[in-house]
Design a protein around this ligand. Structure first.
Ligand SMILES: *[C@@H]1O[C@H](CO)[C@@H](O)[C@H](O)[C@H]1NC(C)=O
Ligand SMILES: *[C@@H]1O[C@H](CO)[C@@H](O)[C@H](O)[C@H]1NC(C)=O
Ligand SMILES: *[C@@H]1O[C@H](CO)[C@@H](O)[C@H](O)[C@H]1NC(C)=O
Ligand SMILES: *[C@@H]1O[C@H](CO)[C@@H](O)[C@H](O)[C@H]1NC(C)=O
Ligand SMILES: *[C@@H]1O[C@H](CO)[C@@H](O)[C@H](O)[C@H]1NC(C)=O
Length: 436
């Protein structure tokens, strides 16, 4: 466990400025929709409230109902009220740790490597209002996660692993990336059966990567144990399975890049979000950075969630392998030869055009020269590209087409035919804004 939580007394060193969370309010915003003349510029933004922390911000989340803001920084997680007053401060580090040691939550896992005080970089902070819990995962202890109470994050919601539990596996503990620089994204959803699930994408940090200490290849505790993408149980009623992907056949819930092609697929996860019955994960493939700006390195992956909501007509059996439903396409921002090939952030949003709802995916991309651009992709086009990719492989026995090289472990790419999907940006809205 990270050190015991500090009492719920805010002791604000407001003077620090390393991290600043601002609550912004657009002042006069008479027209929030885009008219025929394109986007309107909102009035000057005015800072309403601010909250400063001494250490770098890693993540934040907002509860729509209570208005609370949860803010994770290196070594501390804050619970703030709607006007950014600290309600609770939870100290999460530094802790005694060593990258080569199993999480201390693993029973009978002594470690001969010297442990030293290690900063805890928050890797994942997602809320599950349905169960009233916040999922808090740090970089220490192999990316160990905790479930904390949304009404008081200093309190653990459920003890995990359960006290006295002998059957604890590293795969239940190694959830987030265990290195400050390695990416992690996550998403909570509810499956058809009403079970709560956590979708996690995290950069592989094992042997052979820059994140792994040299000369220790035999002691890679995360090798094979941490898939790049996994769907894990988050059901607090089923404690013995919490954070496992051992739900239905376990191989249905993991997506692992084969060891021999990991160097060609260095996935840097940018964001995961749900839309309709799907989850989308935006990714950069860092193996391709440094190449000429002639190819997009950014990927949009789509996964069927088997989530609550409108059932798809031929969804068939409830469970479906993650690798089978997985489909990916490049996200290209900028014309060929001048591609902004690194995705910095994405946001799905509806744009109204004469009262017609048009869902878009907005993405900010950068180039090696640090210039950046905002591209908008129509979801209708994304869906059409995916449909086409499927159709092209319709003679395959599976109707679920993989548009992916055969790089994943286990049953996957039923369709070997490589799709060469490129969604061209429909609008290059701004060139070279000062982003980053
Ligand atoms: C900030 O990080 C340092 C170590 O890098 C740690 O000693 C300190 O306690 C942290 N402060 C907070 C408020 O998290
Ligand atoms: C947040 O807490 C501060 C200090 O207790 C209080 O003044 C403020 O009204 C609270 N804001 C909300 C939205 O509850
Ligand atoms: C992590 O990021 C820091 C700051 O950008 C950099 O100095 C360091 O080399 C990086 N380490 C790894 C292993 O990527
Ligand atoms: C790693 O091993 C090589 C050869 O065995 C040695 O020369 C080098 O100093 C070692 N590096 C570290 C960081 O221990
Ligand atoms: C599908 O196949 C057609 C004909 O071979 C080709 O023109 C098209 O580009 C392919 N579409 C995708 C998305 O792969």
């Amino acid at each position: 466990m990270p050190p015991s939580p500090s009492p719920s007394s805010p002791s604000p060193p407001w003077t620090g400025t390393a991290a600043l969370l601002l609550l912004l309010l657009a002042v006069p915003l008479p027209e929030t929709r885009w008219g025929a003349h394109g986007p309107r510029v909102a009035g000057a933004l005015r800072v309403q409230e601010q909250f400063a922390t001494p250490n770098r911000t890693n993540n934040f989340a907002v509860d729509r109902v209570s208005g609370r803001v949860y803010l994770a920084t290196v070594n501390t997680v804050y619970q703030l009220n709607g006007t950014l007053a600290a309600e609770v401060e939870l100290n999460t580090g530094p802790v005694e740790d060593n990258l080569l040691c199993h999480a201390p939550q693993l029973p009978q896992a002594p470690c001969e490597h010297p442990k030293t005080p290690t900063d805890n970089h928050n890797k994942l902070l997602v809320l599950d209002p349905g169960q009233g819990v916040a999922v808090v995962c740090g970089s220490v202890y192999q990316g160990f996660c905790e479930l904390r109470r949304m009404d008081d994050i200093s309190r653990v919601a459920v003890e995990f692993p359960p006290r006295g539990e002998k059957t604890v596996f590293p795969s239940m503990l190694n959830v987030a990336a265990n290195h400050p620089n390695a990416s992690t994204v996550g998403l909570v959803f509810r499956s058809h059966g009403g079970r709560t699930r956590l979708l996690v994408g995290s950069t592989y940090t094992g042997a052979g990567t820059p994140f792994f200490p040299r000369n220790h290849s035999k002691e890679d505790l995360r090798f094979e144990n941490t898939p790049e993408i996994a769907i894990r149980s988050l059901d607090v009623r089923d404690l013995s399975r919490l954070f496992t992907y051992d739900i239905n056949p376990s191989e249905d819930n993991v997506f692992k890049i084969k060891q021999e092609v990991k160097t060609k697929n260095k996935l840097n996860f940018v964001h995961a979000f749900a839309r309709d019955a799907y989850s989308y994960i935006a990714i950069n493939n860092d193996a391709k950075t440094g190449h000429k700006e002639s190819q997009p390195n950014s990927i949009l992956a789509r996964i069927c969630l088997d989530a609550d909501g409108p059932k798809r007509s031929n969804s068939g059996s409830e469970s479906r392998k993650l690798t089978e439903s997985y489909i990916q396409m490049p996200l290209q921002c900028g014309p060929s030869g001048n591609i902004y090939n690194r995705l910095l952030s994405v946001f799905p949003a509806d744009v109204y055009d004469h009262d017609a709802r048009r869902p878009y995916l907005f993405g900010v991309f950068s180039r090696s020269d640090k210039k950046s651009a905002l591209c908008a992709f129509r979801f209708a086009d994304i869906e059409e590209e995916i449909r086409q990719g499927r159709r092209n492989c319709s003679n395959s026995p599976s109707s679920d087409v993989q548009v992916l090289d055969s790089v994943i472990q286990g049953s996957g790419a039923a369709c070997i035919q490589k799709g060469n999907l490129v969604v061209s940006s429909k609008k290059l809205l701004y060139d070279d804004p000062k982003v980053s």
